[in-house]
Each structure stands twice: as structure tokens, then as C-alpha cells.
Design a binder for this molecule. Structure first.
Ligand code: TV1
Ligand code: CA
Ligand code: ZN
Length: 393
């Protein structure tokens, strides 16, 4: 029998829409919506659902999407014919203008519904946080950080994170956005570039070789004019291939710890893109599930409300492992996991204690060569601390 108790003193909520899974970007496209179902299955197999409030989320309305995205763009997203249909001869330039229909952002069947579901989950999560009905709200179907107000980009069409943060700003003075996806969180950074009520901080792979989207250099810290309130409120941590748990953990704690001290956020929005894990089809880092999850663990120590979003992640079995582990971090069952997996569970020995999440060598394949020198990482920390001298909340 399952023996799992709710965490004392706080509430965790899990926001999920089972209808996202049947949507397909295309056979060879790296984005696989079934990873969300895989995650949910793992979470349920562990009995974690008994320790949280579980919500099947509703779809976001046009009006809600419209709080960030333009009507022009939404109308086209709504009516654009799927790829296999004849092209819309009345709107020859719109697909180019909105970056729809290329290989990254294909026009697949049910696209608008899929986007409304992703945004609906994140908005539900934000509302529960605002209402104080949840302290940690989980929305793995969200985290689509590249979408712009009138443009799709990098597998993202609707920026559910921006929508959720706009909701949080109605009830909280300051929001800290943290992005551990291997790609730069450009869409969220851009949306809040001119305000001092949102600080954005993205960790990502950057130069020397080109890596999508190509922005997010160390010197990208917000508007250069000191008269603009957004100055110094964008933080970027550009990294190279092969970074390890140990290095990433040190960077994360010294940067996010300092931000917490200076910016004093009232709520955290954490994008947990799992393409920063070792063995990812698109990523270049060497993070293990434990190192990735340590970021969520550290954020939790601040004791302020938090939303955890999904994002990238292109080796589905590893995505499910990471997000299931991070769900366990939210509900604090790390030590209790032994008790909640029934004895007869297949592969049980792989799940318990030290072996709960098999190590890099066991599951994630050959690590990449680490091209991050200690010296460079120290320079990054130094630069960020200097930026934060200008920030006083
Ligand atoms: C179809 C089929 C599309 C196979 C796309 C990898 C594919 C990629 C595909 C791919 C792929 C990208 C670019 C180049 C911009 C293009 C959810 C000038 C094997 C949050 C988005 C990455 C990451 C976009 C999204 C990137 C997220 N990389 N195979 N496409 N053009 N696009 O480089 O941050 O994880 O790769
Ligand atoms: Ca990132
Ligand atoms: Zn990514």
C-alpha cells in the first residue's frame, strides 16, 4: 500500500492537461508532447499524486492569450490551415511574418488548441499561487520561453510564462524568473525588459559556436539607459559545452542566492527545461537529474511561492525522470520515496534511495567534453555580482 503524506505547512499543486499528448509536431521533430504523459505516469507510479492537489486544467481563452500576444498573430494562429491542407492564398506573407510553418514551428493539426492548453495550465498554476491556494504550482506543459508577442520561435507559439507572470504581477510586487533550459529565455527577457518588477535570469549554452537563439551574452543586462527602470534587471549566464552538476550548482547558488538577497522577489517563476540534461538530443550539457533538480531544491529554500514550468527536453525518458524528480523535490519526499513505491514495482531497485534516479553512466550515455574553465565561471559570477550592485529592492 502507498504510504505518503502531504508536506506539512504548504500545498503543492500539479496542473496537467491530458489532451496535449495527442498533438504531433511531425515524425522527426524533436518536440514530443507525450513526454508530459510519461512524466505524469512516473509521478503517479510513485504515488506522488497523493501528496499534491491535482488539477486537469482548462484551455486559455483568446482574451487571456491577447494579454500578451497581438490579435493579428492570434487570429492567424487560429485560422492557419495545417500543413497538409492547401495554402491560404489570401495570406501569402503572414506565415513568413509570424514565423509559422517552417521546420521549427510547423502548422500541425490542432495547433491552436495545443497552445491554449499549454497556456491554460500555466495560467491555472499562476491563479492558484495568487489565491494562496498553492505554494508550489507545477505546470510541465508550459515553459515555452521563445514565443514573442507577434511571432512564433523555436518550437514556441504562445508564451505561457509571460502570461503567467502578468497574472502574478497583479498580486505580487516582484517576480524572479529563472530559466535553466539549455537555450536562452529570450521571449520572457524581451517581454519584461523595461520593468524593474521582473528580474529575468537565464543559464544557457552560448558562443563560441552558434547555438539557438544566439542572444543572452553576459553583457545583456537590460536597457543601457540608467533612466529605464529595467536596467540591470536582465541577468544572463552564457555557458559552454559539457558543464557538470558541481559547476552548475556552484554558479546557480552564488548567482541566484545573490539575486534573492538584492532583488527580494515575492514569487519565483522557474523554467525547468530538461534539455540541459546530459544525453539530450539537442542540448550540450552534462547535468544529471540530481544536478538539475538541485536548482529547484535551492529555490525552495527561500520559502516564497513558486511556479515550476516545463520547457525543452528532447530525450523523453530523461525528461520524465527529471520532472518526476523535481515533483518529488516540491513535495519533499526525497527521503520518503522508499516507502511509497510498492515492493512489487518492476525496476524498484532502480528507484530507491541512491539509485532512485540512475546516474549519468547508467542512463545518459557518454558525457560531453567539459569546455567551462573555472576561471571563466568565476568571471561570470563576478560580472553578475557587479550588475546586482545597482539593484536594491
Ligand atoms: C523538424 C525536424 C525540426 C527535425 C528542428 C534544433 C527540427 C531542430 C528537427 C532544431 C532539429 C533548433 C534553429 C535554425 C533557426 C533554427 C521549448 C536559423 C536536430 C524551448 C528550440 C531550438 C529550442 C530551435 C526550444 C533551433 C526550447 N535546434 N531537428 N531546431 N534557424 N532552431 O537553430 O528552448 O527548448 O535539430
Ligand atoms: Ca536558459
Ligand atoms: Zn531549450
Amino acid at each position: 500500500e502507498y504510504n505518503i503524506t502531504r508536506p506539512k505547512g504548504y500545498t503543492v499543486s500539479y496542473h496537467f492537461n491530458p489532451d496535449m499528448e495527442p498533438h504531433h509536431f511531425g515524425l522527426t521533430h524533436p518536440m514530443k508532447p507525450f513526454r508530459l504523459t510519461l512524466t505524469k505516469s512516473l509521478v503517479t507510479a510513485y504515488g506522488m499524486n497523493f501528496a499534491m492537489d491535482n488539477y486537469n486544467t482548462r484551455i486559455a481563452t483568446y482574451q487571456e492569450l491577447n494579454s500578451f500576444h497581438t490579435s493579428d498573430y492570434l487570429d492567424y494562429l487560429h485560422m492557419a490551415p495545417p500543413e497538409e491542407m492547401p495554402r491560404d492564398i489570401d495570406n501569402p506573407d503572414k506565415e513568413v511574418k509570424f514565423n509559422l510553418g517552417g521546420s521549427d514551428c510547423p502548422l500541425f493539426h490542432g495547433l491552436y488548441d495545443y497552445c491554449s492548453m499549454s497556456a491554460g495550465s500555466s495560467l491555472d498554476a499562476a491563479r492558484k499561487i495568487c489565491n494562496k491556494q498553492s505554494d508550489i504550482a507545477i505546470a510541465w506543459g508550459g515553459g515555452l520561453h521563445h514565443a514573442k508577442k507577434s511571432e512564433a520561435s523555436g518550437f514556441c507559439y504562445i508564451n505561457d510564462i509571460v502570461l503567467a507572470i502578468l497574472q502574478l504581477l497583479r498580486c505580487y510586487p516582484r517576480v524572479l524568473y529563472i530559466d535553466i533550459d539549455v537555450h536562452h529565455g529570450d521571449g520572457v527577457e524581451e517581454a519584461f525588459y523595461s520593468t524593474d518588477r521582473v528580474m529575468t535570469c537565464s543559464f544557457h549554452k552560448f558562443a563560441p559556436d552558434v547555438f539557438f537563439p544566439g542572444t543572452g551574452g553576459l553583457d545583456d543586462n537590460g536597457p543601457k539607459s540608467e533612466h529605464n527602470p529595467g536596467a540591470h534587471h536582465a541577468i544572463n549566464v552564457p555557458l559552454n559545452d559539457g558543464i557538470t552538476d558541481e559547476q552548475y550548482g556552484h554558479l546557480f547558488q552564488s548567482i541566484i542566492g545573490k539575486i534573492n538577497e538584492k532583488f527580494r522577489p515575492s514569487v519565483i517563476a522557474l523554467q525547468c527545461g530538461a534539455d540541459s540534461l546530459a544525453g539530450d538530443r539537442l542540448g550540450r550539457f552534462n547535468l544529471q537529474v540530481q544536478g538539475h533538480g538541485a536548482c529547484a531544491k535551492f529555490c525552495k529554500t527561500f520559502g516564497i511561492p513558486m511556479i515550476m514550468f516545463g520547457g525543452g527536453g528532447y530525450t523523453p525518458r530523461n525528461v520524465a525522470r527529471a520532472w518526476a524528480y523535481e515533483t518529488s523535490v516540491a513535495i519533499d519526499i526525497d527521503e520518503k520515496i522508499n516507502k511509497i513505491i510498492p515492493d512489487h514495482t518492476p525496476w524498484r531497485k532502480h528507484f530507491v534511495q541512491e539509485e532512485l534516479f540512475p546516474s549519468l553512466e547508467q542512463i545518459l550515455g557518454d558525457p560531453r567534453v567539459n569546455r567551462n574553465s573555472q576561471k571563466r565561471l568565476q568571471e561570470i559570477i563576478q560580472h553578475v555580482h557587479e550588475q546586482l550592485r545597482f539593484v536594491n529592492a
